[in-house]
Design a protein around this ligand. Structure first.
Ligand code: UTP
Length: 467
């Protein structure tokens, strides 16, 4: 609680920083609202905000020394890696980690994105998809895979309620750990902090990079250490095809010469030069991700002698991160850099006496990106995976990366798994599967799990099929 003496100090600090406009309704707030607002203001790191507003301290990569990052290409031998990964799983050293604190504004779903119905026939919500996959992996490897989920202060209560209402998806509630990430004030395009209501600042979750700090502050990292967890399987809430705790990836990450075992990543070959994904690059001798918007155009389109994109390693935001690495990162006064993005941020309009939803971007949000931690790993490995196997993101309401495109990719992947075992699957001229096919995690975590399954000979054109 803010004491009577600290109140003027907080107000003075905002005034001195040129941000006194946020105090304009302070005097008219009821005592409780006033105390809550002052507590929010006290949390703001004004010197950091001043640096970010001035344009320093934000995450610009030095792009003068970029080369394509090396990676373990599809088809590399995997038997040893799989054996290593499976032994880590059996020993209970692996946890799952979902970042689910985003606002999902592009999709426009009212509610946490993890509650979005994602699968192609049964419409299972994303959180259920992951819970069932984790449960199937636990069963297969005879271990517990604790699941850590980062929410944000904006969706934490709704996410908790969803897990509770769904009886924790049948898993032991003690093995699921939800915790909120931090927030950052949004600013106007001319550098002023904004009010969302007379008694609250407009803030946004501090980016998926906020995960590193939040894992530490929430006690999640301590909880992992107490359980003997060594590696975290990191993934985003919007990709129903992610292979959680993939044994091959785990083995490569933990045991190969190209990796320090601190932080590894999966990539897919970019669809074309224009695809809007970050690209794995060698940045002055270290592997990192350069955002598509930051890549110089001549590099984005550059091809090699065989006509392939030189910078073709698209990031799909799937990582393995060691607990020791996270511990090291959070030991001192560490923070990832912040990136700025122009966004639409609801703000309090005095003239209309209400919170206004702007039609156009009106503000800057500051967000940290988890892949900036790659530069801090001694040696970071990138593994190629097939797009159809593992990447069906749901970001937009329609078009690319939408529920419709995700459904198609899910059916394409599941169709290919069935075809591997001789099932005739209808396909359209463009190669897409012409049926809606869902395969449950308890049936198969990967194609070869279907070897002993009872399969039909054929799927009819336009049919729905759940296995
Ligand atoms: P996106 O970059 O797709 O952002 O997040 P978003 O907020 O979900 O969606 P838009 O841009 O508003 O439409 C990628 C992943 O990172 C998580 C998201 O929940 C998603 O899993 N994320 C993003 C966080 O956990 N925290 C954040 O502050 C931002």
């Amino acid at each position: 609680m803010i004491s009577a003496e600290t109140e003027p100090r907080i107000a003075d600090a905002f005034t001195a920083a040129g941000q006194g406009q946020v105090l304009r309704h302070l005097a008219s707030l009821a005592p409780r609202a006033r105390a809550e607002f002052l507590a929010q203001l006290a949390e703001v790191d004004l010197p950091l905000m001043a640096r970010l507003i001035a344009g320093s301290g934000d995450g610009k990569t030095d792009l003068s020394r970029l080369a394509p990052a090396p990676y373990a290409a599809l088809g590399s031998p995997t038997a040893d890696a799989r054996a290593h990964g499976e032994s880590l799983l059996r020993a209970g050293k692996v946890a799952a980690f979902t970042v689910a604190g985003g606002q999902g504004t592009r999709l426009g779903w009212k509610g946490p994105k993890g509650t979005y119905p994602a699968t192609v026939v049964t419409g299972k919500p994303l959180f259920r998809v992951f819970a069932e996959q984790i449960a199937a992996a636990e069963k297969r490897h005879g271990c517990a895979i604790p699941w850590y989920i980062m929410t944000s202060p904006l969706n934490d209560a709704d996410t908790h309620a969803f897990f509770k209402d769904n009886n924790w998806f049948g898993r032991n509630p003690a093995d699921t750990f939800l915790f909120p990430q931090g927030t950052m004030p949004s600013i106007t395009l001319d550098g002023k902090l904004m009010l969302e209501t007379p008694g609250s600042l407009a803030v946004n979750p501090d980016g998926h990079g906020g995960a590193i700090r939040a894992l530490h502050h929430s006690g999640a990292l301590e909880d992992m250490k107490a359980r003997g967890i060594v590696h975290l399987s990191y993934f985003q809430v919007d990709n129903p095809l992610v292979r959680i705790a993939d044994p091959v990836f785990l083995g490569l990450h933990a045991h190969s010469a190209g990796s320090s075992g601190e932080m590894s990543s999966k990539m897919v070959a970019k669809r074309d030069a224009a695809e809007k994904v970050g690209v794995f690059c060698d940045i002055g001798g270290k592997t990192g991700v350069v955002e598509y918007s930051d890549m110089p155009a001549e590099l984005t389109g550059a091809t090699d002698a065989s006509g392939r994109l030189r910078f073709n390693a698209g990031s799909i935001a799937i990582h393995l991160i060691s607990v020791e690495f996270l511990d090291r990162l959070t030991a001192g006064d560490f923070a990832l850099p912040f990136h700025r993005a122009r966004k639409k941020v609801p703000y309090w309009c005095d003239a209309q006496a209400k919170t206004v939803e702007p039609a156009e971007p009106n503000a800057i949000k500051f967000e940290a990106f988890v892949f900036d931690a790659l530069a801090l790993a001694a040696k970071s490995l990138v593994m190629e995976t097939a797009r159809v196997e593992e990447f069906a993101p749901i970001k937009n309401a329609s078009g690319d990366d939408s529920p419709a495109s995700s459904h198609q990719i899910q059916s394409n992947r599941n169709g290919a798994w069935l075809e591997k075992f001789g099932v005739r699957v209808p396909r359209r001229a463009n190669g897409d599967v012409d049926a809606r096919i869902e395969i449950l995690a308890e049936t198969a975590l990967e194609a070869d799990d279907l070897a002993d399954a009872a399969l039909p000979r054929e799927i009819g054109a336009g049919a729905e099929f759940v296995l």
